[in-house]
Design a binder for this molecule. Structure first.
Ligand SMILES: Cc1cc2nc3c(=O)[nH]c(=O)nc-3n(C[C@H](O)[C@H](O)[C@H](O)COP(=O)(O)OP(=O)(O)OC[C@H]3O[C@@H](n4cnc5c(N)ncnc54)[C@H](O)[C@@H]3O)c2cc1C
Length: 389
């Protein structure tokens, strides 16, 4: 039974190919990685070889130049199949910073290699332990020294840093008290981590409730070539911001995929599991939470499609991208919760995979932006209320 309408699930061919690829990486594969907190190298390589991770890279740089909605379909379908795109999704949106703001030399240097899989751009170093959500208060500095920048500071939650060659880094190049606006004086760098690992760069993994390969990253007089700077010095914050709509829309698509996985799984189990001599799915107490989660998922899916439509029409859909992310993250977690409840005790057993997906999808209420900050954005920028922070 189709989960949703054809218009709401475009790119049927891409979805079918993703489903075929994902079938090679069944639940046992993810369960084992989860237990070992290991990186899904084979899965990421397979996606790269099939060209899916280069969907948004222009053909001139070796990609397939597809619109954002195609990338959304790819990520949604990966999640819906029970796999986890978190291992590689960042490449899709961080690459956009190089594409939009990098020099031609940087594009030539990096994009074809990212498209071919020779280089991985999976690490995105923005969050810091002391500043948290208040990005402009970050403390990592990059000081120009001849033909180099010297970087000092620390990042946290830099996902996939151990499994990436490159990192997109945000650091302060002019102290906060010397700039007119606190968003000025921040710069973006493309760091070749292979050149500095153990030589100014230290990466330390953080064990988390799900297998996300997140790390703490330390910069101790890390010297990087001056041409690592992306765009103009001091304008990095707006470069990072310019990619955030795409990031939020893509994460929202993943949440829709997760929600569909939970709903399908729950509905099927409700029909199979017999208690008191009849399927548990005959009880409205079981049916209704799943049906409610389905309705909320469909509503969130419409917001994702609307955000994509506006984005692809060249608009700057900050409100829709944020709402899509919030509604989809809520829908996926509601579906996850309904699924655990439907499975009863088995919802907690690793071999049913529900608990793993439950842990994985919980993240999206906090990262890459927390629900509170989305609500604060809507209150201020859409509804005209005073800024609350
Ligand atoms: C597994 C994982 C992977 C991540 N990957 C990356 C990555 O690859 N790169 C990267 O740069 N970052 C990454 N992050 C960081 C993530 O973006 C942040 O955790 C998130 O933005 C929240 O920041 P924080 O954890 O510092 O929370 P804090 O800023 O300390 O906030 C704590 C809580 O307070 C709330 N809060 C804070 N200020 C306000 C306010 N003004 N109004 C209302 N509520 C407020 C927040 O919503 C949150 O619930 C990752 C995080 C996790 C957990």
């Amino acid at each position: 039974m189709p989960m949703t309408s054809v218009e709401d699930e475009p790119y049927a061919e891409i979805r079918a190919e993703i489903a075929k690829l994902c079938a090679r990486y069944p639940n046992e594969y993810w369960r084992k990685l989860d237990a070992e907190r290991a990186y899904p190298t084979d899965f990421v390589n397979a996606l790269t070889e099939a060209g899916f991770l280069a969907a948004l890279i222009p053909e001139a740089y070796g990609g397939s130049d597809l619109p954002l909605s195609a990338a959304a379909a790819i990520l949604e379908e990966i999640q819906r199949q029970g796999c986890n795109a978190a291992a590689c999704h960042a490449q899709m949106y961080t690459m956009g910073t190089i594409l939009r703001h990098g020099s031609e030399a940087q594009k030539q240097e990096y994009l074809p290699k990212i498209a071919s899989g020779d280089l991985r751009l999976q690490a995105f170093g923005v969050t810091e332990p002391t500043s948290g959500t208040d990005t402009t208060a970050l403390r990592t500095t990059a000081r120009r020294d001849g033909d180099r920048y010297i970087v000092n500071g620390q990042k946290i939650w830099t996902s996939r840093a151990e499994h990436s060659d490159l990192m997109l880094l945000l650091a302060r190049t002019t102290p906060r008290d010397q700039v007119a606006r606190k968003t000025d004086g921040l710069s973006t760098f493309i760091v070749d981590m292979r050149a500095v690992l153990g030589n100014g760069l230290t990466i330390r993994p953080i064990r988390t409730m799900m297998n996300h390969n997140s790390c703490e990253v330390f910069f101790d007089d890390m010297a990087i070539p001056a041409d690592s700077l992306v765009g103009e010095e001091g304008k990095g914050f707006r470069y990072i911001l310019s990619g955030m709509n795409a990031e939020r829309i893509l994460i929202a698509a993943e949440c829709i995929g997760d929600a569909k996985w939970f709903i399908e799984k729950a509905a099927a189990y409700a029909g199979e599991r017999h208690v008191f001599g009849r399927p548990i799915g005959r009880n409205q107490g079981i049916q209704f939470p799943i049906a409610t989660a389905y309705a909320h998922m469909r509503a969130a899916e419409l917001m994702v499609r609307q955000a994509l439509r506006l984005y692809e029409a060249g608009a700057n859909p900050g409100a829709e991208a944020n709402m899509a992310k919030m509604l989809a993250a809520d829908a996926s977690f509601e579906a996850a919760n309904a699924c655990v409840q439907t499975f009863g005790g088995f919802g907690f057993a690793e071999e049913y995979d529900v608990e793993r997906k439950f842990r994985e999808t919980r993240l999206y209420q906090v990262a890459p932006i927390s629900t509170n900050l989305i609500l604060a954005y809507l209150a201020e920028h859409v509804l005209g209320m005073p800024r609350s922070y």
